[in-house]
Design a protein around this ligand. Sequence first.
Ligand code: DUC
Ligand code: ZN
Ligand code: ZN
Length: 458
Amino acid sequence: MSKLVIKGGTCVTAEARLRQDVLVENGVIVALDQDIQIVDAEIIDANGLFVLPGGVDVHVHLPWPKGQYISLDDINQGTKAAAFGGVTTIIDFVIPDEQEPLAAALERKLNEAQNNAWVDYSFHLNIRGAVDKKIAEIPEMVTLGFPSFKVFMAYEGFRIEDVELLNIMQAIQTAGGMLDVHAENGLIADRITAQLIEKGRTAPTYYAMARPEICETEAIQRVLAYAQVYGTRTHIHHVSTAAGAELIGRSRQKGMPVTGETCPHYLLLNADSHGGDQQMAAFMICAPSIKGSENQEALWHSLADDSLSILATDHCPYSKQQKLENLGNFSTIPGGIGGVELRLPLIFSEGVRKGRLSFERFVNLWATAPAKTFGLYPRKGQIAIGSDADLVLFDSAQNWTIRAESLHMNTDCLPYEGWQIIGKPVMTILRGKVLVGQNQLVCDKPDGQLIRRFLGAQ
Ligand code: DUC
Ligand code: ZN
Ligand code: ZN
């Protein structure tokens, strides 16, 4: 039996922070106490460090296959970067071809991931194209442990009709699953984009104008209205507006089974962060667009007051070359930003240290709430007896500078390049095994497991 004690650290959970040792046997936490003494155990010295639950990132693209550019992290590279960022479970997406059954696309993705992921993983299943056929597969997918279904309200080729959305919601509700949504009004976005291009307003700095706030808020309002028809559990990905977060918060207050997430780039950047620099504007292109600065503080508040309950990344890295190849036309620049490795240090440094979030609230947003919402809890997302020993040791005093070249995400164009950060994950433990330590990958081969997810009663 393998035994491990993490000694002398301060454990931070969603509820409290406490000096205690963690005893792990065969990958599972079996005791939490002040001073655990076990003769035959491996000891990890965590004095002076915080011990957090390993991160759960419910929104990563490994990769995102839309358009002429494919994002650059595959399941191997993306989960490696996740491990360096203290993330121990990710949820990626199965994106079937339009006519392809969900089961076939899932099989493809499962084959890709087997023996190839450094952290534990699961998938949301995208529904598009031949929607009726895919709806028929929903009950089986839920039974197999894939209960979340993603739809896009924007993007030609991905966007579904409202009648299809309602049919999907009804089927999901009957099957005991949940819907997750890219909530942007694609008609508005495509129309404004076409008009800007026609007028010659093609530079990357115009991108924000092409996806104004109404694009997101209209879509969120609509999907929240539809969610009431069948009472479908609904999760809104990557909320970028204060108004969108408020709509979600109000629905939650009324007791609707609705959750919302935002991502570091919407908190840390605003539509003017490029300062007129076209290259930086290209690096910042993502959908939903990054909005005006008045949204930033409001989004922090939404995380603090539980209007938004999840912090994810929408990890989707591209290279400088991909981003800059068509610099003269924003509509052809691939949308996405790398983030899976930076969620913890960025949000600790800018959020916890600056008093916008308590450390406990951060842990909830980082691991506990995402695990609960997506059917990973209590196995994942907490430091508790019986849970997987997925842990990250965090040095809250380490001062460092973000340089894409010293990180592990496959990108050379982070909008945070050169930022001074305080706080760094220094060790990542997956099911009781050290995965990353002293800035090195310690495991010799990928050992991430598929986690089948089952949603609790509503
Ligand atoms: N938004 C992005 O910016 N990239 C990937 C997918 C998405 O919804
Ligand atoms: Zn999206
Ligand atoms: Zn996404």
